[in-house]
Design a protein around this ligand. Structure first.
Ligand code: ADP
Ligand code: ZN
Length: 746
């Protein structure tokens, strides 16, 4: 009797276990269980999706369990992509299975959800394909039995409006699957599933446009990029260009060059900049073959785009952070626009930074990488000045418009949120038929309510922050956990009735403007007014088409759209972002103010900026006012050198959290002790700081402490963390996360 050699595969599982597992493949699945596919495996009493990494030599197969099924009939990732995933797993010290889970579109991970009544997820050949369930009124007569109120409302709605997709019904009526099921059973409503292919920007019409003649600076940058594209080697660049200097035009032409070579392009932008205007610009230039990935996509939509890319139907992928994982092959160029944006970093689960990974992927795939920004990270500029990135400068605005003049209004002793000067300037602007933007990086009406009797502010019971008063909602709300109480009410500390409003937010500015300029058509844009799908773009297009005069907003207004009609920018509380407990707060303030100023005077009329601040002397504010990036960069580097922060040190943070305060405290102390012990034993030059309360000590009911590790050698820093990981035994009630900050990496 001949014994068939058994096939054994090595798989990664999406669990916090940093280890690969071996399984036996039964002969019926032998043809299908290939590397790059997902399989269903028995794992500790349950079934789990696992990722096949490779076939392994026949070892002791007797003890191994058999896989149950193969979930894919084609490969989901290439060897090169696996190389990237392995790099990520090692660098961020995160299990490979969880990296794979993060990298693959979530639509694909829903393999256990068979077609459900209310869900839109179907299953074909182990892969979920986007379906939408449609409901329409049946021609049947009146219900024989009394229906519940929600069912009655649903039926009435369908009869009036006709067919509607399940998603729309859920949006209007909340969770309504049981009611719909009942209506179908009663023959009052019919149901049908259809495969849909949705394009989130399908309504945007683009006109064809042609490349512009590049100005001399753009041309110089473009030539350097082209020659690196022609060499087909890894070549990283910083494209440092002031707002409006024509960076996007350079991206477009560089991408065209790569596409002419038969190669593809990956473009990463901050979520907030991924506007129809940007998408239009790409469509107008390149026509089809573009995939868009952003957080507004449903799992199904995302999976649709993912499949188009995987099948080679796409030349250009534009997306936010997670697009760094797009299954695009033959990449010629990776662009990271606004490379300084903090939103490229994912802050939960796998804590990766897409901007850094662009450089890593570029290195693995030998591509050109273009980091673009008007206000690059201090660490990026430093790397460029050291010659580790090619530096391409665009020092002038492309259209010839000038940067605005900034005037400062000291707010000492001024009670109102809007100073008389700013009020006056707005009146003049509107009288001239022009538009204004008012920036304040704080939403809500008042920052918080304080008791007039006992002076206690209203705070969140779950988080260590004050509640923000939202006048329209009539609530005080926690911006971290969404805890809300009716407000104004009585003081929870002393029961007094008088609560005072302190600190203005965007809602307050809107309210005050309505009194100061009752004629003005005012829009407010912050995360309270843009939660609905498409609302963000609706607000922007009202500014663009001139049906609004003033746009008030948070950080959201600083990007994405070009408003030629805006000639005045007002900044309220310019120093608001300086008070964050973060060594990057000066950098962020400089960046955000520069971006806001860049909104003024993009058109023919020169723009002006009025900046209100209590203390405008800080160098971050002064350098932004003078459009003096060099001076800011030098002062900030000096500060970083003195305090030992990047680029002069490598950092990692260990976060320790749990719901029992004392246990978290003890764990923090024990962790620091262990780290110090290991450091001494191994003679590692690493500073162990803390444990200290995290900047948000209490968040969503969890107490949080952190330990900061600082070192001059990345190797020594990583060695200490690796040792610590292999020695630690965290109690089940404690969560420990490592945040490895690859600032200054190449
Ligand atoms: P950035 O991305 O640096 O903010 P853009 O590429 O959006 O700049 O360019 C700003 C404006 O200048 C846009 O309206 C763009 O069409 C225009 N522009 C860019 N390059 C040129 C050029 N070479 N000639 C004329 N106009 C240009
Ligand atoms: Zn809270």
């Amino acid at each position: 009797m001949t014994v068939l050699p058994s096939i054994i595969i090595e798989v990664a599982v999406p669990l916090p276990i940093d280890k690969a597992f071996h399984y036996l493949v039964p002969s019926r699945l032998a043809q299908a269980a290939l590397p790059g596919r997902r399989v269903l495996v028995p794992f500790g009493g349950r079934r789990l999706t696992a990722y096949v990494l490779k076939l392994v030599e026949n070892t002791e197969s007797t003890k191994l369990k058999e896989i149950l099924d193969v979930l894919d009939d084609e490969e989901l990732w290439t060897d090169k992509e696996l190389e990237l995933f392995r790099w990520i797993s090692t660098y961020y010290m995160h299990p490979l299975g969880e990296v794979l889970k993060t990298a693959l579109p979530s639509g694909i991970n829903l393999q256990t959800r068979k077609s459900t009544d209310n869900g839109d997820e179907g299953l074909i050949g182990g892969r979920s394909v986007r379906y939408e369930t449609y409901y329409r009124p049946a021609t049947a007569s009146e219900p024989l039995r009394a229906l519940g109120s929600k069912a009655t409302a649903l039926l009435g709605f369908l009869r009036q409006e006709g067919e509607n997709p399940a998603g729309e019904l859920r949006r209007r009526f909340g969770q309504c699957a049981p009611q719909l099921k009942r209506l179908v059973e009663l023959g009052l409503v019919e149901r049908e599933q259809r495969e849909v292919y949705r394009d989130p920007f399908r309504h945007e019409v683009s006109v064809r446009d042609v490349p512009r003649v590049l100005n001399q600076h753009q041309q110089a940058a473009f030539m350097q990029i082209c020659s690196s594209l022609d060499r087909k080697e890894f070549a990283p660049f910083l494209l440092h260009g002031i707002t409006g200097s024509g960076k996007t035009e350079v991206y477009l032409q560089a991408i065209a060059h790569a596409v002419e070579q038969g190669r593809n392009a990956l473009v990463l932008v901050p979520e907030i900049s991924l506007t129809p205007q940007l998408v239009c610009r790409f469509r107008a230039r390149f026509g089809g073959g573009i995939a868009i990935l952003h957080s507004g996509l449903s799992d199904g939509e995302r999976y649709d785009e993912w499949r188009r890319i995987r099948r080679g139907l796409v030349r250009i992928v534009i997306g936010a952070r997670s697009a760094i994982f797009a299954p695009l092959e033959q990449i010629g160029i990776i662009v990271v626009d606004e490379e300084h944006e903090a939103s490229f970093k994912q802050v939960d689960n796998l804590r990766y930074n897409a901007r850094d990974l662009a450089l890593v992927r570029g290195q693995l795939e030998r591509t050109t990488v273009l980091l673009g920004s008007a206000t690059p990270l201090v660490t990026t500029l430093y790397a460029a000045k050291q010659g580790r990135l090619g530096l391409l400068d665009l020092p002038e605005r492309a259209g010839g418009s000038q940067l605005p003049v900034v005037n400062t209004i000291a707010m000492q002793g001024i009670k109102s949120t809007i100073s008389p000067q700013l009020h006056q300037a707005m009146s003049e602007t509107l009288a001239g038929g022009e538009q204004a933007i008012i920036f304040l990086n704080r939403r809500g009406f008042a920052t918080f309510l304080v008791c007039g009797e006992c002076s206690q502010p209203l705070t969140c019971p779950n988080c260590s922050v004050t509640l923000t008063f939202h006048r329209q909602r009539g609530q005080s709300v926690c911006h971290y956990c969404d805890y809300a109480v009716p407000a104004p009410g009585t003081c929870p500390s002393c029961g007094a009735l008088e609560l005072k409003e302190l600190g203005a937010g965007t809602e307050r500015v809107e309210h005050d403007l309505a009194e100061l300029l009752p004629e003005a058509r005012v829009l407010r844009m912050d995360s309270d007014t843009t939660s609905g799908k498409g609302s963000h773009n609706r607000l922007l297009s009202r500014m663009a088409n001139g049906t609004a005069d003033i746009l008030i907003g948070t950080q959201m207004i600083t990007k994405g759209h070009d408003f030629p009609g805006v000639t005045l920018v007002g900044v309220i509380s310019a120093e608001a972002s300086l008070n964050m407990p973060d060594f990057r707060s000066s950098e962020r303030t400089f960046q955000i103010l520069s971006q806001v100023f860049g909104r003024a005077g993009r058109g023919e009329t020169p723009g002006r900026v009025l900046l209100q601040a209590l203390n405008p002397a800080h160098y971050a504010i002064q350098c932004a006012i003078n459009h003096d990036g060099d001076s800011f960069y030098n002062q900030e580097l000096e500060f970083r050198r003195e305090t030992g922060y990047p680029p002069f040190a490598f950092l990692a943070a260990i976060g320790i959290s749990g719901t029992a305060e004392q246990a978290v405290e003890q764990r923090g102390e024990a962790t620091a002790t262990l780290l110090l012990l290991l450091k001494q034993k191994l003679k590692l030059r690493v500073e162990v700081l803390g444990p200290a309360p995290a900047p948000l000590y209490r968040l969503r009911g969890r107490f949080r402490r952190q330990i900061l590790l600082k070192a001059h050698s990345r190797r020594e820093l990583r060695r200490l963390i690796t040792e610590w990981l292999s020695h630690r035994t965290p109690p089940a009630t404690i969560r420990e996360i490592i945040d490895i900050d690859p600032v200054d990496m190449m």
